[in-house]
Ligand binder design. Sequence first.
Ligand code: SF4
Length: 183
Amino acid sequence: MEKLKRECEECTACELHTVRTNIVFGIGNENADILFIGEAPGENEDLQGQPFVGRSGKLLDELLAEVGFSRNDNIYIANMLKCRPPKNRDPKPSEQAACLHFLERQIEMINPKIVVCVGRIAAQKLISKDFKVTSQHGTFIERDGRLYTATYHPAAILRNIHQKPYAQEDLRIIKEKLLEISK
Ligand code: SF4
């Protein structure tokens, strides 16, 4: 994983390398059963080189802790893109295409039982292009021997706090599913 991270640090495959402060490679347990994937780093993530920091990260950590998950212990957190799109715009398809191989190799190395897409962009790239978080969050599909699901992005929850109970329920379901498939 360190070798892949170094490769990522040197990557110039899309224009985002010209505006990054740091790459945001990922954090957590490299043998985790659950991998959370967001879309791309934001401003704080770019400055600190870590995924999901700032208010969104604090909320995600709070939601994870409610079900006994922690980025310092039993999960891994990464993004589809490793560099921040300017002004937090959505990643362009060309940028997604250029960067996705890093995430695919992370998935291979971590070999999680469950992949959780955090927010619409990750879900539409990794589950299906017409995935709707509002109606399909907390559901599972099987692909390549692992389960994929999606939940609300914490930034979206901060904009609409009524979504928080849905994300809490999703995480409870994910924890139950992990226990079920680990028996
Ligand atoms: S976003 Fe990905 S593909 Fe683009 S420069 Fe950064 S690491 Fe390379």
